[in-house]
Design a protein around this ligand. Structure first.
Ligand code: SAM
Ligand code: MG
Length: 214
């Protein structure tokens, strides 16, 4: 059955992408979203900015907030150096199930841990449950009112180090005004906007890249 959009997206991957080829998985999802049904992936245009940040940071530990179908997870994981890992949090079990299948199709299971549950509950357990010291890169792409409280939680839990990069999607559309205000004005961050467009549309949106200064 393919009664939900994530199920139809997964089907498009299994039909059009090559097993074990992450870039073909990304391409199959972008084609599906451009030609058939819009979906809330970071998308191809902002995805290129995401790729360049991942390549520049060359992170060993990555946290993603908001997995959905695993599109950005696959994009990030395919660029990670050997032994690097990404933990991605998703509180919707139906989405997490689809993401695991998309990730398996891309052949990236060894690099990715999909963790089910709300970010506010998992962040305080990260060190204990996953043996993480600090993250090199955090990609924020879950519900927009959670960016700021979860950033403060990451700070309080000691999960950021001097030089950790926060990369936040959708800072213009739908928008994250309280988060932007915080990272742009806090002396603990150096922040920069990358102008782009909302996934699969011409509406302005962008990514905010913020360096944690400690
Ligand atoms: N990063 C994905 C990509 O670009 O392919 C898209 C993620 S989608 C925009 C946001 C996802 O975050 C949704 O699947 C939603 O269920 C999940 N989510 C929202 N708030 C969350 C929270 N507090 N904890 C965990 N997951 C959350
Ligand atoms: Mg997004």
């Amino acid at each position: 059955t393919q009664s939900t959009r994530p199920q139809r997206l997964l089907h498009a991957v299994q039909k059009n992408a090559t097993r074990g080829d992450p870039r073909s998985v990304v391409k199959a999802i972008d084609n599906f979203c451009r030609q058939k049904e819009w979906a809330m992936n970071v998308g191809d245009e902002k995805g290129c900015i995401l790729d360049s940040v991942v390549s520049e940071v060359n992170p060993v530990t990555v946290l993603e907030l908001g997995t959905y179908c695993g599109y950005s997870t696959v994009r990030i994981a395919s660029l990670l150096p050997p032994r690097a890992k990404i933990i991605t949090l998703e509180f919707n079990p139906d989405y997490a199930k689809i993401a695991r299948q998309v990730i398996a199709w891309a052949g990236l299971e060894d690099k990715i841990q999909v963790v089910e549950g709300p970010s506010g509950e998992w962040i305080p357990k990260m060190k204990e449950q996953f043996g993480v010291k600090t993250f090199d890169l955090v990609f924020l792409d879950h519900w927009k009112d959670r960016y700021l409280p979860d950033t403060k939680l990451l700070e309080d839990c000691g999960l950021l180090r001097k030089g950790t990069i926060l990369l936040a999607d959708n800072v213009i559309c739908p928008g994250t005004p309280d988060y932007l205000e915080y990272v742009r004005n806090s002396p603990r961050y150096k922040s920069q906007y990358f102008k782009s467009h909302l996934e699969y549309t011409k509406a302005e949106d962008g990514l905010e890249k913020s360096v944690f200064l400690g």
